[in-house]
Design a protein around this ligand. Structure first.
Ligand code: HEC
Ligand code: HEC
Ligand code: HEC
Ligand code: HEC
Length: 96
């Protein structure tokens, strides 16, 4: 019984590791400063969304229809809830 329990715990740990949030993966790479000016969030997230574009490119340059379809309409953080272990696919229902 204990062995079975141990295995369950191990499996849930590895699942959490692969589902790390975007903010966590980026903080590991380059710190909070990779998105936030001086590491502190802005009031409107304009700086943060500009940071995404500087590294990844704009909506019309990114691969995938879901990106090009929203060019000039919404921003990265409207779909990518970066501090949560969530897929951007789960954001569609917020608007559609
Ligand atoms: C990949 C870019 C990115 C990284 C790295 C990142 N953040 Fe964020 N952060 C955002 C975005 C975008 C938001 C807006 C909410 C959202 O989309 O989750 C946000 C929201 C926040 C908020 C909430 C602000 C509010 O008004 O609700 C805090 C606090 C914060 N971040 C702190 C941090 C700290 C501290 C770190 C480092 C440990 C960090 N962030 C790393 C992009 C990032
Ligand atoms: C300092 C440069 C930099 C900034 C700023 C940045 N990224 Fe990234 N991002 C990377 C790199 C490097 C990778 C890993 C390699 C890759 O997949 O392109 C990555 C990976 C990703 C991934 C793949 C999953 C993951 O977490 O690794 C997503 C999604 C992503 N970024 C979205 C964003 C969003 C949204 C923002 C703005 C809130 C952002 N990035 C800001 C450099 C950056
Ligand atoms: C309409 C919603 C939407 C918007 C807006 C959006 N994305 Fe995405 N993005 C997605 C979806 C859906 C995926 C693929 C599913 C996933 O990996 O979560 C994705 C995937 C990505 C990936 C690749 C992730 C990987 O696993 O390799 C990167 C990088 C990325 N987006 C960056 C951005 C950046 C930068 C912006 C802003 C310029 C942006 N996205 C705006 C929905 C969106
Ligand atoms: C923050 C709000 C928001 C989010 C989140 C969002 N969208 Fe949109 N989307 C819009 C708006 C606004 C338009 C342009 C007006 C319209 O056609 O409804 C649009 C347009 C579209 C279109 C083009 C429709 C057409 O008639 O040309 C498709 C397809 C689409 N979105 C799919 C998605 C998918 C898939 C996701 C999740 C990955 C998503 N959207 C996330 C707001 C959003």
């Amino acid at each position: 019984m204990l062995k079975v329990l141990g295995l369950t715990v191990l499996l849930s740990f590895s699942a959490a590791a692969t589902a790390a949030s975007v903010a966590d993966t980026h903080t590991e790479m380059a710190g909070c400063e990779s998105c936030h000016a001086d590491g502190a969030p802005s009031s409107d997230m304009a700086f943060e969304n500009e940071a995404c574009i500087t590294c990844h490119g704009s909506l019309k340059e990114l691969e995938g229809e879901m990106h090009t379809q929203h060019d000039g309409i919404i921003t990265c953080s409207d779909c990518h809830v970066v501090h949560e272990e969530a897929s951007a696919n789960d954001s569609c229902a917020n608007c559609h």
